[in-house]
Ligand binder design. Structure first.
Ligand code: PEP
Ligand code: MG
Length: 326
């Protein structure tokens, strides 16, 4: 099996009926980018920049961040997109040098874009570093935890300020740099039509979207039966987001764990997901699976599972109808 997958390292990801999807990697450090390449990633769908901020006693400087982003862009080359997610700290991730108020519900609290919009110093340092690195590859920016259109606009204002500053300083950046957001808060799902007008792409963050949709902490084993990617509510949200984006001609990817789950892939393909971002080690297996799937046929399967009543039924239906390739 492994040898079969290895043959696919340099191949594009094409379904049996000739439909191309992007199989890209989630990474946490510049070093992971080479592993992503070795595993045949067509790009980076999520660089979790938090890791640049961890294991330190102070914030990384603009130069340090620039060097890290540039290294990833160069490893991937100009043909492979690299999506850099701005700082997603808070929730379960803390920084020893950033004292945050103790919270009753950290996952519902002061995290990610919510904090960055308050901390222009931190946020702009990161945006400037990303802009500067964008000269070295196909870098895209992604904001985490967007819940309102105001947050998106405010983040974009900071980005515009950074661009102006760089221009004044005579420092170049990629003019056509795409800006997208993570869809990981149910509110963002419900206003996806409005958000879609002001972004270049969406990436669905199911790790958080599932916990917020089901009101079930992703780390709490007592409610893990509720934390179900196949729950009809989750699948209907994904469907809704993809439709809203398509209306505006924007593309949709997914960077939560669900994107690499073999039983979910046929449904996601059928729903029209265009980019699947997963851990590097899952890519070749997913490419092998996708090559055997028929996107056209799976559209019907996807529409059917949306009418079923439980995650268990949906998963069983996929197992029964796509079984020979799973
Ligand atoms: C997600 O929420 O699905 C996601 C990819 O982000 P993280 O796991 O870093 O919260
Ligand atoms: Mg998340």
């Amino acid at each position: 099996q492994k040898a079969l997958w290895a043959k696919l390292v340099h191949e594009k990801t094409v379904t049996r009926d000739g439909y191309h999807v992007e199989l890209v990697a989630n990474i946490g450090s510049p070093h992971d980018a080479s592993q992503a390449m070795e595993n045949g990633a067509e790009g980076i769908g999520l660089f979790r920049t938090e890791f640049l901020y961890m294991g330190k006693d102070r914030f990384p400087t603009e130069e340090e961040q620039f060097a890290a982003y540039k290294a990833i862009a160069q490893t991937m080359g100009s043909e492979r997109p690299v999506i850099i997610r701005t700082l997603d700290i808070g929730g379960d991730k803390e920084l020893p040098y950033l004292p945050l108020p103790k919270e009753q519900n950290p996952f519902l609290g002061y995290r990610a874009i919510r904090m960055c919009l308050d901390r222009a110093d931190l946020f702009k340092t990161q945006l400037r570093a990303i802009l500067r690195a964008s000269e070295y590859g196909d870098i895209k920016i992604m904001y985490p935890m967007i819940a309102t259109i105001g947050e998106l606009r405010k983040a974009n204002e900071f980005l515009a300020e950074c661009k102006e500053e760089l221009q004044r300083e005579g420092i170049s950046y990629r003019q056509e740099l795409e800006v997208g957001i993570m869809i990981e808060v149910p509110a963002a799902v419900m206003i996806a039509d409005q958000l879609a007008r002001e972004v270049d792409f969406f990436s669905i963050g199911t790790n958080d979207l599932i916990q917020y949709t089901m009101a079930a902490d992703r780390m709490n084993e007592h409610v893990s039966h509720l934390y179900d990617p196949f729950h009809p509510a989750v699948l209907r949200m994904i469907h809704h987001v993809i439709k809203a984006a398509a209306q505006e001609g924007k593309w949709v990817g997914m960077c939560g764990e669900m994107a690499g789950e073999p039983h979910a892939i046929p449904i996601l393909l059928g729903l029209g997901l265009q980019e699947f971002s997963m851990s590097a080690t899952s890519i070749l297996q997913a490419r092998h699976l996708l090559a055997q799937l028929d996107a056209g046929q799976l559209r019907e399967l996807a529409m059917h599972v949306l009418t079923l009543e439980s995650g268990a039924e949906i998963k069983a239906y996929v197992k029964e109808h796509v079984l020979d390739v799973l």
